[in-house]
Design a protein around this ligand. Structure first.
Ligand code: NDP
Length: 278
């Protein structure tokens, strides 16, 4: 069994981005800029946003942290998004989700200029992904493909099973796998005979949001198992895969933490540089 080391791969990506950013500055004088928008004081969201700003600075990007109070109105937030759309120093805009209930997230995501949509959630970019010509694709799913490539795991012609059909992980990762010529099955809470379906997977992606959901009985011998899940169990980060048992059967497997998680942020930075370079 090979342990897929997302920490190592993401550090390599960040180092490469640092060099490319330096070169961009030298050649064009341009400095990539990422604006993070946080509304309210959810502690987990605050940690994510702080981390993103810190990594931005390490790579050499400009970071614009916009932290707004929970009572910010939808109109005020839309005004801020418009300002960021107009600001030439801002190449990427990330609105940290979830937003407070009185704000319609869909409306906010629609307001972001698709060229600055580094999360890849704008319907224009979702549509482009689905027809196969997107520049900005969602970070976690793209990070998964980068990991598969890094470890030389063949995608073309393989049967990939995706557990989960969310707009942020399940559907986009299924689309990316399809683009890379995998035969893709998507499972969800209404799927019957789940074990039978996942048991056929040569590549199994678990994005269910339930701790230790994937057991060894659901996994084919030698399969590549990618665990996207981030669940807190007794204060400990736990994936969607029962690592203990599944790692004995898998050919390749990601740990939690240290697998997919660190890739998400590295791909966000990659998207910001891409958005600057167009
Ligand atoms: P969602 O809750 O949006 O989606 C979960 C999916 O799992 C749904 O499609 C749901 O089906 C399906 N599901 C739930 N229960 C079952 C079941 N018993 N059998 C089969 N399918 C089931 O989650 P996300 O996609 O947003 O996230 C998934 C996990 O990944 C979470 O743990 C999240 O924290 C983590 N995550 C990690 C990231 C990272 O950077 N590593 C980034 C984003 C998410 P249905 O549609 O029918 O309800």
């Amino acid at each position: 069994m090979v342990l897929i080391d997302g920490k190592k791969v993401s550090a390599e990506i960040r180092n490469r981005l640092m060099r490319e950013t330096e070169e961009l500055k030298r050649k064009t004088g341009r400095v990539p800029g990422l604006a993070t928008v946080l509304v309210g004081d959810d502690p987990a969201s605050a940690v994510y946003v702080r981390n993103k700003n810190k990594i931005c600075q390490e790579i050499g990007f400009q970071s614009f942290g916009k932290n707004l109070p929970a009572e910010t109105s939808e109109k005020e937030l839309l005004e801020l998004i418009n300002e960021l759309n107009e600001n030439d120093e801002v190449n990427g805009i990330l609105v940290q989700l979830p937003l407070p209930e009185h704000i319609d997230s869909e409306k906010i995501l629609l307001a972001i200029d698709p060229k600055k949509d580094v999360d890849g959630f704008h319907p224009i970019n979702v549509g482009k992904l689905s027809i196969g010509n997107a520049l900005l694709t969602p970070c976690t799913p793209t990070g998964i493909i980068v990991l598969l490539d890094y470890y030389g795991i063949e995608i073309s012609g393989k049967h990939a099973v995706v557990l989960g059909r969310s707009n942020i992980v399940g559907k986009p990762v299924a689309n990316l796998l399809l683009q890379r010529h995998a035969t893709v099955t998507i499972c969800h809470s209404k799927t019957t005979n789940l074990e039978q379906v996942t048991g056929q997977a040569e590549i199994l992606i678990a994005a269910v949001g339930r701790p230790n959901f994937v057991t060894s009985a659901m996994v084919k011998q030698g399969a590549t198992v990618i665990d996207v899940g981030i669940n807190r169990v007794d204060g400990k980060l736990t994936g969607d895969v029962d690592f203990e048992s599944v790692s004995k059967k898998a050919g390749f497997i990601t740990p939690v933490p240290g697998g997919v998680g660190p890739m998400t942020i590295a791909l966000l930075m990659e998207n910001t540089l891409k958005a600057t370079s167009v």
